[in-house]
Design a protein around this ligand. Structure first.
Ligand code: UDX
Length: 447
């Protein structure tokens, strides 16, 4: 009978918690920990510390099955686990490089608690060579008393579909230097029955960074095509469909709009550019990808100005604050810069998001009359001079536009994600501004 190895997960955030519970779902015994005790307490009580579809159900199931436990003691987690996944944060420093202090901290704790052979697996996205640095750090603080190895198994989890992504991955990438490490990791993932790519450490790290950089590149590419469509009178959605039908290009990540945000794409791109510079490689292409993405904010604000001319004292409904639907995450969300810009212009804002309002409120507290949070999209639209859509939540697509028409002051919609149904809006007489489309002709004013 195969020995059931205990899996440890350090860091119970957007990567760590779905990973821990995913392994429990595959039948492994998992212990998880986090340096933030409140997170451990929340997880222990059955409440994930952030919103992620399907996660709470999985958490409750595996607290009950006994296959998952959250431990407040990081050292104890290391001692219990034979395979340890490092899922701590890798934010970026001022200069764009990855801040690896949490990874280094985790390596030290592992070293101080080694009690037998451990396979330490880097799962957080980190620059090439990080696994090598981890190896050195553990060796330094452990004084060579115990055997261990470092492997790299990058995550490809998207927020909003992290559970599904774990259980049905397109590929599992395993970077490891020994047969033992490779076979342990292959065994862990075997129940998934998905393709596995086995590489060396540096290659596995590079695959992750290059993947995210390529996704960002695709988005910026379609956004420039969208500007061109706007100038030339072509339809960017149809252009994207036409491009995507070529399997060499693929249809995903060709949705033009307000650009990419979130905790991964922007920071991973920055870190990749920084790494290229450090290694003496001129990857100017990626700087352009960043610049294009930043320019989306002014592009959207420009559309609001085309619709309303002066923004000072205009009442705007802002629908959608999360960096994408199905998450309450606002880290690096385009909405942050849009709201900042509209406030500078003196507009008064009525904000609504189905999940992310509480997070947003921490950055922009309520200011009566100038910036208020609303309980529903309809509430936000009350008396609005324009409705702005910044995140493509499904409920916005399904709005009753007759009802919206009855409560707004002016029938103007700026669709920053090109997600609304043109026909339903037109039927109610809305003037709609889209990304990649020339502005509608101004309505004749009856005198
Ligand atoms: C990303 C990667 O997709 C995932 O593989 C990795 O593990 C973590 O980083 P995530 O940050 O959850 O996942 O977001 P993702 O779904 O990639 O979207 C990123 C941003 O791009 C969002 O703001 C989204 O709105 C935007 N986007 C996406 C577009 O603007 N257009 C598109 O066509 C697709």
């Amino acid at each position: 009978m195969t020995h059931r190895r205990c899996v440890g997960v350090m860091g119970l955030g957007h990567v760590g918690l779905p990973t821990a519970l995913g392994f429990a779902e595959l039948g492994w015994t998992v212990v998880g920990t986090d340096s933030d005790e409140s997170k451990v307490a929340a997880v222990t009580s059955g409440a994930p510390p952030f919103f992620e579809p399907g996660l709470e159900e999985l958490l409750r199931r595996h607290l009950a099955s006994g296959r998952f436990r959250a431990l407040p003691d990081v050292g104890e987690t290391v001692r219990q686990a034979e395979i340890l996944f490092i899922c701590v944060g890798t934010p970026h420093c001022e200069d764009g490089s990855a801040d690896l202090s949490q990874i280094e901290g985790a390596a030290r704790v592992v070293a101080e608690n080694l009690n037998a052979y451990k396979l330490i697996v880097e799962k957080s996205t980190a620059p090439v060579m990080t696994a090598r640095w981890m190896e050195r750090a553990v060796r330094r603080y452990d004084d060579g008393r115990h055997e261990f190895e470092v492997a790299c198994n990058p995550e490809f989890l998207r927020e909003g579909t992290a559970v599904q992504d774990f259980l049905h991955p397109d590929r599992v990438v395993i970077g490891a230097g020994s047969d033992k490490a490779r076979s342990w990791l292959c065994e862990l993932y075997a129940p998934l029955g998905r393709p596995m790519l086995i590489t060396d450490l540096n290659t596995a790290e590079m695959i992750k960074h290059a993947s995210n950089a390529f996704l960002a590149l695709k988005i910026s590419f379609i956004n420039m095509v969208s500007d061109l469509c706007e100038a030339a009178g072509a339809n960017v959605k149809d252009v994207a469909t036409g491009l995507g039908l070529d399997p060499r290009i693929g249809s995903h990540f060709l949705q033009a709009g307000l650009g990419y945000g979130g905790f991964c794409l922007p920071k991973d791109l920055k870190a990749f550019i920084h790494l290229a510079e450090e290694l003496g490689v001129n990857f100017a292409l990626l700087r352009e990808v960043e610049r294009i993405n930043q320019s989306r904010i002014e592009r959207l604000v420009g559309k609001v100005q085309q619709a309303l001319w002066v923004l000072k004292d205009k009442r705007l409904a802002v629908w959608g604050l999360a960096f994408k639907p199905q998450t309450d995450d606002i880290r690096d969300a385009p909405s942050l810069n849009v709201v900042r810009r509209l406030r500078q212009a003196g507009a008064s804002l009525r904000l609504y998001d189905p999940a992310a309002a509480a997070e947003f409120r921490r950055v922009f507290p309520e200011e009566p009359g100038r910036l208020v949070y609303c309980a529903s999209a309809i509430d936000a639209a009350q008396g609005a001079d324009a409705v702005l859509v910044l995140t493509e939540w499904p409920e916005f697509r399904e709005m009753n536009w007759r009802q919206v028409r009855e409560c707004v002051a002016l029938p103007i919609v700026v669709d920053g994600r090109n997600c609304l149904d043109a026909a339903s809006l037109a039927a109610e007489g809305f003037e709609v501004y889209r990304m990649g489309e020339a502005s509608p002709a101004p309505k004749e004013v009856k005198v």
